[in-house]
Design a protein around this ligand. Structure first.
Ligand SMILES: N[C@@H](CCC(=O)N[C@@H](CS)C(=O)NCC(=O)O)C(=O)O
Length: 185
């Protein structure tokens, strides 16, 4: 029987913040006793369809993001490292073929979805290696996007890997920081 609380995580491996959200959700799956549904999508298509653009396209935001990610990597204990050529890897090459592959894994071997996704993030966002349709979330504008289904209430959408405190509040659960195993509270 399925549990009452379901968290859907919409993500793309091109998105470093999605990686943070993904690892936190995986860490909390048993602590919060929620079902996690991983929903791979193509962020480039969502950006285009919603008229948004990656934050790093604004040079000052891009520079800030580099510092932000370095601090977050340490705090979240996720081995994020900027690719050496950000523009080429993230913007020019992008993730269309990688996310098609991840979607194929979701359809044919869902048991490998978590591992394959983590492996691709490791390649692009940690090891500086190559990874080479927007779906049902056209109302979204960025990733990670988390959709929480709680006790049959109207599903709630949360954008970002920095909204877990709020999500915990809605779930009626405790937020123990990004690394719950060594809670800093
Ligand atoms: N504050 C969010 C930022 C997440 C973020 O910037 N995601 C990017 C992709 S890596 C995005 O989709 N941005 C859309 C936007 O900022 O409008 C977090 O900490 O997770």
């Amino acid at each position: 029987m399925s549990r009452r609380k379901v968290l859907e995580l919409f993500y793309d491996v091109v998105s470093p913040y999605s990686w943070l959200g993904f690892e936190v959700i995986c860490r909390y799956r048993n602590i919060w006793n929620v079902d996690v549904r991983l929903r791979p999508g193509f962020l480039g298509g969502i950006m285009q369809a919603s008229g948004n653009s990656p934050p790093a396209m604004v040079p000052k935001k891009g520079a800030y993001m580099g510092k932000d990610l370095a601090r977050l990597a340490e705090f979240y204990e996720v081995p994020l490292r900027q690719p050496s050529d950000f523009y080429q890897v993230v913007i020019k090459k992008g993730s269309l073929s990688a996310m098609r592959f991840v979607t194929a894994v979701e359809m044919s071997h869902p048991e490998f979805l978590e591992k394959v996704s983590r492996e691709l993030w490791m390649r692009i966002w940690s090891e500086d290696k190559d990874i080479t349709e927007p779906d049902s979330i056209l109302e979204a504008f960025g990733m990670p996007m988390i959709v929480a289904h709680i006790d049959g209430k109207k599903p709630q959408m949360y954008f970002g890997s920095d909204r877990f405190e709020l999500l915990a509040h809605q779930l009626g659960e405790k937020w123990l920081g990004p690394v719950p195993q060594k809670s800093r509270l």
